[in-house]
Design a protein around this ligand. Structure first.
Ligand code: DER
Length: 223
């Protein structure tokens, strides 16, 4: 099974967690796109979606699924999203799709976070994938120096040769060389550095369940 086939497999499997008449929290990325495409098949049975990015919003709307603002809901039964890495406790590294801030905002509204991923995302320890951090541009240099003190090398994410600008108008640093031994403590520490908008460690907003696409089918991990 190709990686795309695994993404389709778990994207469809996530429909199991969508309750009739509910509003669904929707993440961002290629695996989530498979979920959105599958969700279109039961759009008559849901009230709509809260989205974590302009990209997901456009895909949902193109398929006729109403998109509501995060501010319009008090809570969501479920949030479906991918991950760049997920460990054995459900802690994740996210942000490969540059949507980490709104992903964490919508995840915080949800009773359950269902992560959908192909098996390549399951890791023993977080940090091999360059850690995305959304930053206020004027603070990028000083945040880079702070990561340097932790042994990390921060690179400004570029798009077409220019700094990538997120849906929130900010920049992203991708940090390599970190060993994240305590994701909860790391997330709390970096979150309060001046100029950090969001760090791509999802430990405080960890997954409740992971649907892992493997050659043998979907493996369900509960955390
Ligand atoms: O940006 C994100 O957090 C995405 O969810 C990303 O981590 C997973 O994207 P993929 O499903 O395209 O690998």
């Amino acid at each position: 099974l190709t990686q795309d086939a695994l993404k389709t497999l778990v994207g469809r499997a996530a429909l199991h967690y969508v309750e009739d008449g509910s509003i669904v929290g929707v993440g961002t990325g290629s695996t989530v796109n498979q979920f959105i495409d599958a969700l279109a098949g039961l759009k008559e049975r849901i009230r709509g979606a809260v989205s974590s990015s302009e990209a997901s919003t456009q895909r949902l709307r193109a398929l006729g699924i109403p998109v509501l603002e995060a501010g319009e809901v008090r809570s969501l039964p479920v949030y479906i999203d991918g991950a760049d890495e997920i460990d054995e406790r459900g802690y994740m590294v996210k942000g490969g799709g540059a949507a980490l801030t709104r992903e964490k905002i919508v995840a915080a509204l949800a009773e359950r976070f269902v992560c959908i991923a192909d098996e390549s995302k399951l890791v023993k320890a977080l940090g091999a994938f360059p850690l995305p951090v959304e930053v206020i541009p004027m603070a990028a240099a000083q945040i880079t120096r702070r990561f340097g003190q932790l042994g990390g090398a921060a690179q400004l994410r570029l798009k077409d040769g220019q700094p990538l600008v997120t849906d929130n108008g900010q920049h992203i640093l991708d940090v390599t060389g970190l060993v994240i031994t305590d994701p909860l403590a790391f997330e709390s520490e970096v979150n309060q550095w001046p100029g950090v908008v969001t760090v791509g460690v999802f430990a405080h907003q960890k997954a409740s369940v992971c649907l892992l696409g493997t050659a043998q089918g979907v493996r369900t991990l509960a955390f």
